[in-house]
Design a protein around this ligand. Structure first.
Ligand code: NAI
Ligand code: MG
Length: 787
């Protein structure tokens, strides 16, 4: 045998990590776990049990008791009771607890890694080097945020009792993503691990005792979907944070509609891995290994859609297949294994079925080895010869299955990347940084990696757009998901405007038109309704919008997409010009506000000037509300860029019509959104009277569209419209509930309120960063450097 031959035959020998310590830890708990409620472990002999298995060999690790409804209630009550003292501890007090949790986890790294691998089937290499270190990092990082909370978030307070539900793919890491920010900001919580992988959460519960977490601050309950559903919908919960499948995310959105709960959803994905002809192909191949074969492909942001420039497609596929043959799959505890087993037989069958059914629609399958159902080992898989409408290119498979499609030009790459109902992540591979930086903002996703994939850090926000959900975890943006403004004191309820309608004015035949696509247009229905002055006399006729008007307005807003690509300086100038034009009409407006709203001259003047100031504020912010560069522990920079949401529907409040209308329009367009605004019903004419000013202010056609009509009906149309990306809504509780429930279909991003939640004339409540944050979504772009 020549040296070369023996070198080529060299193989890794097995290097099994011992599970002795982990097994004896499970034994010491009788291989049975109940609930962790109010700082105590609770077992019930008559509980329903779920077996947690080692998916690679079917061994029973432990039986888990399903929490019963009384236990759920008890956990939620304990969390509620623990709130005041936990908040009174202050940032420093809480920081010490988070820090202690980080230290304790660090102390038990080996044991926790083995438990995680036993329970989930992931390679020990990954639990030891990725999951657990990142979980620890999350507690350290958020200990820091707790420490500086009073300074950095002085205008905010905790939300209250949070329900947190996670999936099985990164059990302890997802626990840390959920628990660390929530408790850092002073919330208390009830956490539910996935039924397939509850063990490390139970280990964590034991650490809570040692770390001095006060009783009731962290409660952990066990169970499957029914337990999760009961927890999320429970009236004692103020906020739900969920990670899991899009279908369950949708169910939670529906189940919590009308409950005034804050919600964040981290859902599925079908993330694009885009390789340009000028990419370093060997790096791209290794990137794919880390992208789709990391964690057996059971990763929400896995780069499961390879888009490769046509001229290098064959070359890349050849290299990739060669690499696939060297991936080692087997016993997860073997330290020289790259790919372990899928989490369960059910998951194995789901993946296999999706692939088999998918192949009936065409496609060429390449697998480097045979499937082995006994250990749930699904081999690394590549599917080529399909197009982007193919089910395998559209559905999340959640296994080690990569599909590949060619593209010709850069713009085609962007179109294909965005041809998905999801929008979680993407990676761009090119040695040309100009190209990569040009493409990154065009991709509809919450995270973009340049020449890397699956990079995570506590300092960088993570989360999606579209059906990948809403909200962010990690980064400063992730903390706002666990905070609410302190200042919001409920405004005095708007006076019920019961007017004695007067006869004799009905002959006014002026009907104010809608403003759609830069033009004043008549309502499609041909129907109008009367609006009245404060004294009961007729003010104006306004149109009653219908489905067709909504369609036209949304279509105009969609077409005005160029506004989102403009720079802040340009948007600022236009918004200043809007204010300037409004100022010219001061006398007219004061008269209108007096007549329509029944204000005194002094009050009308105050509202008018506050409105002008508000528009100025957002013109000022247009080029100042910018992003951040994060110091994540890698050689590179991560840029966090606030991006416009896109087409934003706005349902205006019923109070203070002038200032509320500008308070919605100005921040939204300052951040680059295009809006469809539904005016208040009582004061419908005021919003339409703004149109003349908008028309003369150089705001491009379609950026602002204004309709009037039945709010409940129009809000429902907007919530159900596929091209509306987000909704701001101030309305009656029934309308808010309707918007929340209808928007579940495509998981629009919502910011909803019951009318009268704030004093709009107060500049602390009626304007500011809260509005800008809700007008944007942060995209994190990871750019490593060095050779
Ligand atoms: P799942 O979404 O049903 O489970 C995630 C968590 O939600 C678990 O803790 C579960 O007990 C809980 N849950 C289930 N139904 C619930 C409900 N109605 N209300 C509240 N909580 C509920 O995911 P599952 O069934 O484990 O996996 C099914 C498929 O979902 C996978 O094949 C994969 O395609 C996808 N998935 C995607 C994830 C992602 O992060 N993108 C994570 C997990 C699954
Ligand atoms: Mg398990």
């Amino acid at each position: 045998m020549t040296l070369i031959e023996s070198f080529e035959k060299l193989d890794y020998s097995d290097a099994l990590e011992s599970s002795k310590e982990a097994q004896s830890w499970l034994d010491s708990h009788g291989r049975r776990f109940g609930q962790f409620i109010n700082g105590k472990f609770e077992n019930k002999s008559d509980a329903d049990l779920i077996a947690s298995l080692n998916p690679s060999n079917g061994d029973l690790l432990a039986n888990i008791e399903v929490a019963n409804p009384n236990q759920l209630k008890k956990a939620i009550t304990a969390a509620r009771k623990a709130l005041p003292a936990w908040q009174a501890m202050g940032g420093h007090g809480r920081a010490k607890v988070l820090y202690a949790l980080a230290r304790l986890l660090q102390k038990h790294t080996r044991l926790v890694s083995v438990l995680e691998t036993l329970d989930n089937g992931k390679p020990i290499r990954e639990s030891r080097d990725i999951d657990i270190p990142l979980a620890i990092r999350h507690f350290y990082h958020h200990a820091g945020w707790a420490q500086i909370q009073e300074r950095e978030f002085s205008e905010y307070k905790a939300i209250g009792v949070v329900a947190q539900i996670v999936p099985w793919n990164f059990p302890l890491l997802m626990l840390s993503w959920k628990i660390a920010p929530a408790i850092a900001m002073g919330n208390t919580l009830v956490f539910k691990p996935a039924e397939q992988t509850p063990i490390t959460a139970m280990f964590f519960a034991h650490l809570c005792e040692q770390a001095g977490v006060p009783d009731g601050v962290i409660n952990i309950v066990n169970g499957a979907g029914a337990t999760g559903a009961a927890l999320a919908a429970h009236e004692g919960i103020d906020k739900v944070a969920f990670t899991g499948s899009t279908s369950v995310g949708r169910a939670i959105r529906k189940a919590t509609a009308g409950q005034s709960k804050k919600l964040t959803l981290e859902l599925g994905g079908k993330s694009a891995f885009v390789v340009f002809e000028d990419a370093d192909l060997d790096a791209a191949v290794e990137g794919l290994v880390d992208s789709i074969w990391f964690n057996q492909g059971e990763v929400c942001c896995a780069g499961s859609r390879l888009l490769v420039q046509a001229q290098i497609a064959d070359k890349l596929h050849t290299k990739l297949k060669k690499r696939m043959q060297t991936l080692r799959q087997g016993t997860p505890l073997n330290k020289s294994v790259d790919i372990g087993s899928l989490v369960s037989q059910t998951q194995y069958q789901r993946v296999d079925e999706l692939v088999q059914n998918g192949l009936e629609h065409g496609g060429e399958l390449y697998q480097a080895s045979a499937t082995q159902i006994d250990g749930n080992y699904y081999p690394p898989t590549l599917i080529t010869e399909i197009d982007s409408s193919h089910p395998l290119a559209q559905e999340e498979i959640f296994g080690p299955v990569l599909v590949s499609m060619p593209f010709r030009t850069q713009s085609e790459a962007v179109t294909l990347a965005n041809n998905s109902r999801y929008g979680l992540a993407a990676s761009i591979w090119s040695e040309n940084i100009n190209r990569a930086m040009d493409v990154a903002p065009k991709i509809k996703a919450g995270v973009v990696w340049i020449n890397c994939h699956n990079q995570f850090d506590a300092s960088c926000g993570f989360g999606g757009v579209r059906e990948s959900g809403f909200g962010r975890e990690g980064g400063k943006e992730g903390l706002y998901e666990y905070l609410q403004p302190k200042l919001l004191k409920k405004a005095a309820k708007p006076k019920p405007l019961k007017v004695e309608l007067k006869d004799g004015n009905e002959n006014i035949d002026r009907t104010l038109k809608f403003y759609i696509g830069g033009k004043q247009v008549r309502p499609d229905s041909g129907h109008s309704f009367a609006t009245y002055n404060a004294d009961g006399s007729l003010a104006n006729w306004v149109g009653a919008g219908n489905r067709k008007d909504i369609r036209n307005a949304v279509s105009a807003a969609t077409k005005a997409s160029n506004w989102s690509n403009q720079n802040g300086h340009l948007r600022a100038q236009i918004i200043y010009f809007f204010a300037e034009n409004l100022a010219l009409r001061e006398d007219e407006w004061i008269k209108r506000l007096k007549e329509i709203c029944g204000l005194t001259r002094k009050q009308a003047k105050k509202e008018f000037h506050a409105s002008l100031s508000r528009i100025f504020s957002y013109a000022a912010w247009a080029d100042k509300y910018d992003g951040a560069v994060h110091d994540a522990p890698y050689r590179g920079v991560t840029m966090a860029l606030p991006e416009a949401i896109g087409v934003l529907a706005q349902i205006a409040p019923e109070e203070n019509p002038l200032i509320t209308t500008v308070s919605l329009i100005a921040p939204a367009i300052a951040m680059g959104n295009r809006i469809v605004l539904i005016a208040s019903e009582r004061y419908a004419s005021i919003a339409l009277e703004l149109v003349q000013t908008l028309e003369t202010s150089d705001i491009p056609a379609g950026v602002v569209n204004i309709l009037t009509g039945n709010k409940a009906d129009l809000a429902k149309q907007l919530a159900g419209h596929a091209e509306v990306d987000g909704i701001w809504c101030w309305a009656k509780p029934e309308i808010v509930a309707q918007v929340e429930s209808t928007s579940a279909a495509d998981l629009k991003r919502l910011w909803v309120h019951i009318d009268g939640d704030r004093d709009w004339l107060d500049s602390q409540q009626g304007e500011g960063l809260e509005f800008l944050r809700n007008a944007t979504e942060v995209k994190n772009i990871w750019t490593p450097y060095g050779d």
